[in-house]
Design a binder for this molecule. Structure first.
Ligand code: HEC
Ligand code: HEC
Ligand code: HEC
Ligand code: HEC
Ligand code: HEC
Ligand code: HEC
Ligand code: HEC
Ligand code: HEC
Ligand code: HEC
Length: 383
């Protein structure tokens, strides 16, 4: 990435003025003798019918709207009707826009340590702003609040897959400052508020739930989510299946969890690498790691927080059926049910003898009706 090089200002200005004056005017006007630059007083440029396009854009810079062309342009060559700028950027802009005000407008807390945005610090106001006006608010160029930024950040920000709603609704400046910021990466908000400033419901859930998943509680939302866009659902950084059943061995379907947790909790039939075991019999393996219909993590665990310990969901939700998942933890194990099966205990130290495999409850017993069929049809567990 790099700041795009621009043609020298005066050169472009002059070239465009000549172009405008000689080729792009309606015939009647073009045949009219060109006003000599010396005659331009600054109050007749818009009304003369030559540059009135400048007053017809959706957003117009105040001095342009007021026909004060002379604030920024002075005649260069009277015969040629060419003009020079009264001064170069950023001095031209600082004549009316106090540098300190800009810092505040762009950075929030001007007293803090401000980190400047490279093109702003370099005084390249015209790279981002059109001096006259245009179709975008804040006189922004290149389609405004996302298009402008992507002109230079195409290589840093991947917008493929589902794009985070605020980018589509308000653009990059929903979260970033254009000029400078007191926070790293030009963020508008302090790191801990980067996500929950908008996601107040998630914040509420984290404050009120009895059991909080540690990275969510630490407001380290980006350990699981991407801020801009993702090809995974819910802006996740790695796959995490929302299906109820997932066939065997597909640990890549839960890649998100195994970024931090040891996949041994899933893969070994006998292990002490999980607390969810009866003696050494791995109950994660038993439930999840099956040839068909392995239960996904999502069936039992919340992602952010929940009322029950170990992030076990209160409710098993499948289609329109819901049934409570009653989890009781003991110092050496726990019990669950009745939900999918009759209540069952496990104990890590004195393994519980199950004389038969747990009798599966009939569908009417677990109050789920034709859940399996419903879920198999659409594959997804609705949330
Ligand atoms: C706030 C300062 C400012 C004001 C006020 C202003 N201009 Fe400009 N104008 C510029 C700058 C800067 C450029 C060079 C643009 C560039 O490099 O992108 C420019 C370029 C131009 C050009 C060259 C073509 C183009 O659009 O780039 C024309 C024509 C022009 N101005 C006409 C006018 C007229 C007519 C007015 C008054 C109605 C006016 N300007 C008022 C700053 C200003
Ligand atoms: C002659 C004085 C003057 C100069 C020179 C000037 N501006 Fe402005 N600018 C204004 C005024 C007045 C406003 C309106 C302020 C307001 O509404 O609070 C404004 C508003 C703006 C806005 C906000 C527009 C909006 O939609 O809210 C931007 C962006 C801006 N100017 C950029 C520039 C840039 C870039 C330059 C240098 C090329 C520049 N200005 C030079 C007077 C000037
Ligand atoms: C990297 C692009 C970029 C550069 C360079 C840049 N700006 Fe801006 N500017 C923005 C964006 C984006 C906004 C809108 C801020 C927002 O929505 O939070 C803005 C807003 C403004 C405003 C309106 C502030 C307000 O309070 O509403 C002014 C005035 C302004 N810029 C002037 C300047 C001047 C003068 C320079 C050069 C010293 C400059 N800008 C350089 C992107 C830029
Ligand atoms: C003219 C090119 C240009 C435009 C337009 C531009 N930027 Fe930048 N931006 C840069 C450069 C250059 C850097 C410094 C990159 C570096 O240090 O690696 C930068 C840095 C950043 C950074 C900090 C990156 C980091 O790793 O610290 C963020 C965030 C950023 N820009 C966001 C934006 C947003 C949002 C917009 C639109 C309002 C925008 N940029 C428009 C050129 C641009
Ligand atoms: C919902 C808030 C949000 C929006 C909207 C947003 N960003 Fe970001 N952006 C972030 C966060 C959070 C980071 C990472 C900050 C950190 O690591 O401290 C970031 C980082 C960046 C970086 C630094 C690169 C990196 O990977 O560290 C750039 C450049 C950037 N964003 C540009 C953009 C552009 C361009 C847009 C608009 C297309 C945009 N951002 C929209 C939140 C956002
Ligand atoms: C400027 C406000 C804003 C900020 C800041 C923000 N978001 Fe969002 N986010 C939204 C909006 C709006 C939606 C869409 C919600 C809707 O349509 O109900 C959304 C949706 C989401 C979704 C659901 C996406 C989906 O496809 O289901 C996730 C996940 C998310 N945001 C995570 C984050 C994370 C992580 C951060 C911090 C990096 C963050 N958000 C910062 C406004 C924001
Ligand atoms: C350990 C990983 C993880 C962390 C950390 C995390 N999330 Fe999520 N988040 C998820 C998953 C997974 C989903 C998808 C829903 C599901 O499967 O439970 C999700 C869904 C969401 C949604 C969509 C609506 C919803 O609740 O389903 C939003 C918004 C959201 N997260 C915001 C946040 C915010 C804000 C933070 C930081 C406070 C955060 N997340 C931290 C994993 C995480
Ligand atoms: C960014 C790292 C990270 C990711 C990703 C992550 N976790 Fe965690 N998880 C942790 C940490 C840290 C703890 C606390 C460990 C401890 O207390 O020893 C934890 C604890 C847990 C616990 C035990 C909670 C308790 O109350 O003891 C469960 C269950 C859990 N995670 C499930 C998941 C699932 C399911 C996923 C995938 C959606 C996941 N985790 C993804 C970091 C992560
Ligand atoms: C059938 C329900 C169920 C499913 C499905 C399930 N878990 Fe668990 N999980 C539990 C229970 C119960 C515990 C609590 C074990 C204890 O400490 O007594 C637990 C504990 C955990 C812990 C805490 C550390 C440990 O191993 O004791 C993590 C991390 C975890 N599960 C991750 C996952 C991941 C990742 C998946 C999907 C690959 C998953 N779980 C699927 C029920 C389930």
């Amino acid at each position: 990435m790099g700041t795009k090089r621009r043609q020298p200002l005066i050169q472009r200005c002059v070239a465009a003025v000549i172009l405008l004056a000689t080729t792009s005017l309606p015939l009647a006007q073009a045949q009219r003798p060109k006003p000599r630059a010396a005659e331009v007083t600054g109050d007749n440029c818009l009304t003369s019918g030559c540059h009135d396009g400048l007053s017809k854009t959706a957003f117009i810079h105040a001095p342009v709207a007021q026909n004060q062309c002379g604030q920024c342009h002075r005649p260069a060559d009277a015969e040629q009707h060419t003009f020079a700028l009264t001064s170069e950027e950023p001095a031209l802009c600082h004549e009316c826009h106090d540098a300190d005000d800009l810092a505040e407008a762009g950075g929030g807390d001007a007293s803090g340590q401000l980190v400047g945005h490279a093109p702003f610090t370099a005084g390249q106001c015209l790279t981002c702003h059109n001096p006259h006006g245009g179709d975008e608010a804040q006189l922004l160029r290149h389609g405004g609040k996302s298009g402008l930024c992507m002109e230079c950040h195409d290589g840093d920000v991947e917008l493929s897959g589902r794009v985070h709603a605020p980018i589509e609704r308000s653009g990059c400046t929903a979260c970033h400052r254009g000029h400078q910021s007191a926070y790293a990466k030009l963020m508008r908000f302090p790191p801990a508020e980067a996500c929950v400033s908008c996601h107040s419901k998630t914040m509420e859930q984290l404050k009120t739930a009895g059991n909080v998943h540690r990275p969510a509680g630490a407001l380290d939302c980006q350990s699981c989510h991407k801020p801009h866009a993702s090809t995974e659902r819910a802006l996740l950084g790695h796959a995490y299946s929302a299906k109820t059943y997932v066939p065997v061995g597909q640990r890549e379907q839960y890649a998100l969890c195994f970024e931090c947790h040891d996949a041994e909790l899933l893969e070994e039939a006998e292990t002490d690498a999980t607390g969810f075991r009866n003696g050494m019999a791995n109950l994660h393996h038993l439930h999840v790691n099956k040839d068909t219909k392995g239960r996904s993590c999502h069936v039992c665990h919340e992602s952010h927080a929940g009322a029950q310990s170990r992030l076990i969901r209160d409710t098993l939700t499948m289609g329109q059926w819901r049934t409570p998942l009653r989890f009781r933890e003991t110092p050496t194990g726990g019990s669950c049910g009745p939900a999918c099966h009759a209540a069952k205990e496990y104990d890590r130290e004195s393994p519980v003898e199950w004389n038969t495999s747990p009798p599966m409850l009939t569908e009417p017993e677990r109050g789920l009706g034709d859940v399996d069929r419903k879920v198999d049809e659409n594959g997804e567990s609705p949330r």
